[in-house]
Design a protein around this ligand. Structure first.
Ligand SMILES: NC(=O)c1ccc[n+]([C@@H]2O[C@H](COP(=O)([O-])OP(=O)(O)OC[C@H]3O[C@@H](n4cnc5c(N)ncnc54)[C@H](O)[C@@H]3O)[C@@H](O)[C@H]2O)c1
Length: 302
């Protein structure tokens, strides 16, 4: 990452901070962007971004803090321009900013849906679109976007978050396909790292909850996810684009991407009745169950 310039949004958060530090340790100059808000996206303080930048510079790296919100395109353009003005270019954008406004679907308010979309999906779009002309002009660049198993697999009470995170997957895939000819890559990471986004597990006693959290704090760390983000921004990943990875503890994953898996053909076409008499039986074993992340990843069992 020597001589590369990287913008990390949400760079003051659990993952963003670890990624910014790892980028700098490998020689990158880093714009640590973070609005310094609560988990719900409330408040805001420039201290968070500035502190991470100060830690990097005191360790001998190069970084600046930036507390601009990524929720508007104008702001995103300013952040990218700041990287260019300060460090002379921009080589990678890591979209890690995030908030949560959890609510069960039939009670979710429009404002809760909107706020999560604005930070996650619009934030990723704003930053990517703002960096794209620079990447195109220089014939290189890399995007890494944080998606989530909450969207890829499923989660309860997070329809806004799941929708945004699946939107990011489509955004990344489109960028990868459309900017390949300019040497630009785009990949997603669905991370698992202890931090304020980790949910508590319903049904556990306080003691069990504490034991579970202590275990996750020690074995599911943000610094274990960071190397994958650095790798995906580096020249070592020059042939890797349009993919969805996962990272948790000492494990990295490659996710599948949707492709047709079954087909039914009928000479005179389908009616709703003929579909009803054929499809459920024919495809029963192929339908994706309504599982949650912890049903799919057995290591989450407590
Ligand atoms: N931690 C996990 O296990 C996990 C799992 C799945 C997905 N993710 C995703 O990874 C990313 C990072 O997660 P984290 O655990 O570091 O979260 P975090 O809450 O620790 O950090 C997110 C950071 O984003 C910043 N932010 C929020 N709104 C912003 C805005 N408008 N502009 C700029 N910055 C803003 C916050 O101030 C915060 O510091 C998020 O996108 C999250 O959805 C995390």
């Amino acid at each position: 990452m020597v001589d590369k310039v990287v913008i990390v949004t949400g760079g003051g958060g659990a993952l963003g901070k670890a990624i910014a530090a790892a980028m700098a340790a490998e020689g990158a100059s880093v714009v640590v962007n973070d609005l310094g808000v609560s988990l719900k996206g409330e408040g805001g303080s420039s201290t968070v971004a500035d502190m991470v930048a100060a830690e990097i510079t005191s360790a001998g790296g190069r970084a600046i803090g930036d507390a601009t919100s990524i929720t508007t395109f104008d702001n995103a353009q300013q952040i990218v321009q700041r990287a260019v003005d300060t460090f002379g270019r921009v080589d990678a954008v890591v979209n890690s900013a995030g908030i949560l406004r959890d609510a069960i679907f039939h009670k979710m308010e429009e404002a809760e849906f909107d706020a999560v979309m604005k930070v996650h999906l619009y934030g990723a779009w704003n930053m990517s679109r703002a960096a794209a002309p620079h990447f195109r002009q220089q014939g290189s660049g890399a995007f890494v976007h944080m998606t989530s198993a909450a969207g890829l697999i499923g989660s309860i009470g997070q329809a806004n978050y799941a929708a945004a995170k699946m939107g990011i997957v489509g955004l990344s895939r489109s960028i990868a396909m459309e900017m390949q000819r300019f040497g630009v890559r785009s990949n997603c990471i669905a991370p698992h790292a202890f931090g304020r986004m980790i949910e508590s597990v319903p049904g556990l006693s306080p003691e069990q909850q504490e034991a579970y959290m202590a275990k996750r704090r020690a074995t599911t760390r943000a610094d274990q996810v960071a190397p994958l983000a650095v790798f995906l921004c580096s020249d070592g990943a020059k042939d890797i684009s349009g993919q969805i990875f996962g990272a948790r503890g000492n494990e990295v994953y490659l996710y599948s991407q949707p492709r047709p898996i079954r087909v039914l053909q009928r000479g005179d076409g389908w009616t709703s009745q003929s579909l009803a008499s054929t499809l459920p039986g024919a495809w029963r074993s192929s339908l994706t169950p309504l599982e949650r992340t912890r049903d799919v990843f057995p290591w989450d069992a407590v």
